[in-house]
Design a protein around this ligand. Structure first.
Ligand SMILES: [Zn+2]
Ligand SMILES: [Zn+2]
Length: 131
């Protein structure tokens, strides 16, 4: 189970629902990153689970790409070179969904607002719990 929290900036009213660190679900592991180019926080899939049924056979990295593309529409997913297609968990190279050349860095709670650098407030209860 992964948890998403609501973070709010007391100064500029920036609001975002992210994990605030690393969260592990059944099908993927996400990690919160700050994109310096977008000035936002975002959850990035860093590991995804490939089931045997839908998983590609060995030597078919295109099939794996297709599968990931279906699951994460609009993401610029970058597979590590030589990713073993048979692995149940595939490690992804984290990147911003807007552009793969954006500069992103890990962000963990407690942390600063990506816009005005004030510490963000986090709700106590998870905003959303996902599988
Ligand atoms: Zn702010
Ligand atoms: Zn970005």
């Amino acid at each position: 189970m992964g948890r998403t929290y609501l973070f709010e900036c007391p100064r500029c009213e920036y609001r975002v629902a992210v994990a605030g660190g690393v969260e592990q679900g059944l099908l993927c592991q996400v990690q919160t990153f700050r994109c310096r180019d977008c000035s936002t926080l975002l959850d990035v899939p860093v590991r995804v689970r490939v089931t045997d049924r839908e998983g590609p056979g060995p030597g078919r990295p295109e099939a794996l790409q297709d599968q990931l593309r279906r699951r994460f529409t609009n993401w610029h997913l970058r597979l590590p070179i030589g990713a073993a297609a048979r692995d149940r968990w595939v490690v992804l190279k984290p990147c911003c969904p807007v552009s793969p050349i954006h500069r992103i860095e890990p962000w963990t709670h407690p942390g600063r607002c990506p816009r005005c650098e004030v510490h963000l407030d986090r709700t106590v209860m998870p905003y959303r719990i996902w599988e």
